[in-house]
Design a protein around this ligand. Structure first.
Ligand SMILES: *[C@@H]1O[C@H](CO)[C@@H](O)[C@H](O)[C@H]1NC(C)=O
Ligand SMILES: *[C@@H]1O[C@H](CO)[C@@H](O)[C@H](O)[C@H]1NC(C)=O
Ligand SMILES: *[C@@H]1O[C@H](CO)[C@@H](O)[C@H](O)[C@H]1NC(C)=O
Ligand SMILES: *[C@@H]1O[C@H](CO)[C@@H](O)[C@H](O)[C@H]1NC(C)=O
Ligand SMILES: [Zn+2]
Length: 466
C-alpha cells in the first residue's frame, strides 16, 4: 500500500513540473542563472516603457480615462461606464480573454451636505460625509460640540457626550493607526449618546481639504451621521472649545443607501504558453470615491497593471504562465469585488503563483514590497536585480493590498509597489486626487518594475515556492 502510494505520489510530482510541488529542489545557483538570463528581456521592457514608444502611455491612457469618466463611486452610473470603457479598451488593445465577472457591491450616495458653525460665530465648515453614513433629518442636527483628541478621552468624558456632536481632533500618527477614527468615530460616539460625529480628516497635510472614506456601524448601536472635516476646522473648533467657548454646529447630510448594485471585476489575460492554468495576477481597483478623479487612488495602479500586459504583448512575448489583469470593483467599500473573486476562484488556489496589487500610488518607485517564504524572497531579490538599468532594485517586506489580501491570507505570495508615498495621503480620498498629482515619468518607471517582475515570475521554470 505504502509503496503504491509513493509511486502515485512520484507520478503526481512528475505531472506537476512547473509547479511548486517539485520534490527535487534546484540548487539556488541554477535559479540565479535562470533569472540573470532574463536581463536582455528586462532591458527591452525597460527601454520600451521608459524611453521608447510606450513612454508616457499609461499616463496618457489614464488621463483620457479619468478626464472622460470622472470619479467612480461604488454603485454609481460612472463606475458602470468606467467598466464598459475598460472592457472596450482592453479588447481594442488586443488582449486575450477580456471579460467581466459579475459581483454585487454597495450603493451609497452622499447627496447634499453642509456643516455650519453657528456659535460662537458663523463659519462654514468644509465637510465630506463618510461612506455608508446615514443622513441627518432634513432640517439638520444643531448641537453643541464635544471636542476629544482620542477614544480614551471620549470614554473619560462620556457623561458630557450625550446629545452633542463629537468632534475628533486626533493627532495624525500614520494612516494605518489614525484611520481608526474615521472607521469607528461614529460608532464610539453613538455608544456614549452623541448625535453625530465630525472627524478630523485622516491626512498629515491640508489646504482646508476634507477627506472621505469608509466607516462602519455595529448591530445594536444607533447609527449616527458621520463626516470628516478639514484639519484647519478641527483645530479651530478645538481652540475655541479650549478657551471655554460654546461651539454649536448645524450639520445637514442627505446621504442615502440603496440596495446593492450589480457590478463587475474586469479581467484580461495573456494566456500562458506552457502552463496556461497557472496565474500571475496583476491588479488595481477601478472604483474610487466620488470626489476628485480617482487618478491616484487607484487609477495609477490600475493603469500600470494594464500597461504590464500591453508592454509584454507589444514585445511579442508570451510567458509560460498566464498573466492575468484584474481591475477590481468595490475596493473602497472594503474589497467587496475582490472578496467575491476569491470565493469564486479559490478552488484553483494552487495555480496562483503570485498576486500583485498597486494601490498606494504610482509615484517615484523605489522597489517592490513582497510577502512570501524566505526561499521565494531570495528569488524575488534576484529578479529585482534585473531592474538595475533604472536603479530600482530594492526588495522590501510586507507586500500588501486590500484586494489581494484574501489570497495572501491563504498563503499565496503577494507583492505591491514601493513608491514615494510622502504626499499620497495629502490627496487620498479628497478633491485633490486628480491627474495633476500624477507624473508620466514616474508612471513609466512604475510600469517597468511591475512588468519585469510579473513577466519573469510568470515565465520562470517553476512557480515561486511557498
Ligand atoms: C513624457 O512626459 C515627459 C514629462 O512630461 C515629457 O518630457 C516627454 O516629452 C513625454 N514623452 C512623450 C513621448 O510624450
Ligand atoms: C449667522 O447666520 C445666521 C443664519 O444665516 C444669521 O441669522 C445670523 O444673523 C448670523 N450671525 C452673524 C453674527 O452674522
Ligand atoms: C480553474 O482552473 C481551470 C483550469 O485552468 C479552469 O478551466 C477553470 O475555469 C477555473 N475555475 C475557476 C472558478 O476559476
Ligand atoms: C540607486 O538607488 C539607491 C537606492 O535608492 C541610491 O542610494 C543610489 O544613490 C542610486 N544610485 C544611482 C546611481 O542613482
Ligand atoms: Zn485605493
Amino acid at each position: 500500500m505504502k509503496l503504491l502510494f509513493l509511486i502515485v505520489l512520484m507520478y503526481m510530482f512528475d505531472q506537476h513540473k512547473g509547479n511548486r510541488l517539485s520534490n527535487n529542489p534546484r540548487p539556488f545557483e541554477d535559479i540565479k542563472r535562470e533569472i540573470s538570463d532574463y536581463s536582455e528581456v528586462a532591458k527591452k521592457i525597460i527601454n520600451l516603457a521608459v524611453y521608447g514608444k510606450a513612454q508616457n502611455r499609461s499616463y496618457e491612457r489614464l488621463a483620457l480615462f479619468v478626464d472622460t469618466i470622472g470619479p467612480r463611486l461604488s454603485g454609481s452610473k460612472s463606475l458602470e461606464l468606467a467598466i464598459q470603457y475598460m472592457y472596450k479598451a482592453l479588447k481594442n488593445d488586443g488582449l486575450e480573454n477580456v471579460h467581466l465577472e459579475q459581483v454585487k457591491i454597495p450603493h451609497w450616495e452622499r447627496g447634499e451636505e453642509s456643516a455650519v458653525m453657528v456659535e460662537p460665530r458663523n463659519h462654514s465648515l468644509a465637510i465630506l460625509g463618510l461612506g455608508g453614513s446615514v443622513a441627518t433629518p432634513p432640517e439638520g442636527i444643531t448641537a453643541e460640540v464635544l471636542v476629544v483628541t482620542s477614544f480614551d478621552e471620549l470614554h473619560q468624558r462620556a457623561q458630557e457626550a450625550q446629545g452633542k456632536i463629537v468632534v475628533y481632533n486626533q493627532r495624525y500618527v500614520n494612516y494605518g493607526e489614525t484611520v481608526l477614527y474615521r472607521g469607528r468615530g461614529a460608532l464610539e460616539a453613538a455608544k456614549v449618546g452623541a448625535k453625530a460625529a465630525l472627524i478630523k480628516s485622516i491626512t498629515p497635510f491640508s489646504i482646508n481639504s476634507p477627506h472621505t472614506g469608509i466607516q462602519s456601524y455595529a448591530v445594536g448601536v444607533p447609527k449616527i451621521p458621520a463626516a470628516c472635516i478639514s484639519l484647519e476646522d478641527a483645530e479651530l473648533i478645538a481652540r475655541m472649545s479650549s478657551w471655554g467657548s460654546k461651539v454649536v454646529v448645524t450639520l445637514k447630510m442627505g446621504a442615502k443607501t440603496y440596495p446593492d448594485a450589480d457590478s463587475f471585476n474586469t479581467v484580461a489575460e495573456i494566456v500562458g504558453s506552457k502552463y496556461p492554468e497557472q496565474v500571475v495576477l496583476v491588479s488595481g481597483h477601478l472604483d474610487s470615491w466620488d470626489v476628485g478623479q480617482g487618478a491616484m487612488d487607484d487609477g495609477g495602479g490600475a493603469f500600470i497593471s494594464w500597461e504590464a500586459l500591453s508592454l509584454i504583448k507589444d514585445l511579442g512575448l508570451r510567458p509560460k504562465r498566464t498573466l492575468r489583469l484584474v481591475l477590481w470593483t468595490g475596493e473602497e467599500q472594503g474589497g467587496i469585488g475582490a472578496e467575491q473573486y476569491y470565493k469564486l476562484h479559490k478552488m484553483n488556489i494552487s495555480n496562483f503563483d503570485v498576486v500583485m496589487e498597486s494601490d498606494e500610488g504610482t509615484f517615484m518607485p523605489s522597489g517592490l514590497a513582497f510577502t512570501g517564504s524566505d526561499e521565494a524572497r531570495g528569488i524575488m531579490k534576484e529578479i529585482m536585480k534585473l531592474l538595475k538599468p533604472i536603479n530600482i532594485t530594492q526588495l522590501f517586506g510586507n507586500g500588501e493590498g486590500t484586494d489581494i489580501s484574501y489570497w495572501m491570507k491563504a498563503g499565496v505570495p503577494g507583492a505591491s509597489l514601493n513608491d514615494d508615498i510622502t504626499k499620497y495621503f495629502w490627496f487620498h480620498h479628497s478633491q485633490g486626487d486628480t491627474m495633476t498629482v500624477q507624473n508620466p515619468m514616474e508612471m513609466n518607471l512604475c510600469a517597468a518594475v511591475w512588468t519585469v517582475v510579473s513577466y519573469v515570475v510568470a515565465d520562470m521554470e517553476e512557480k515561486l515556492p511557498v
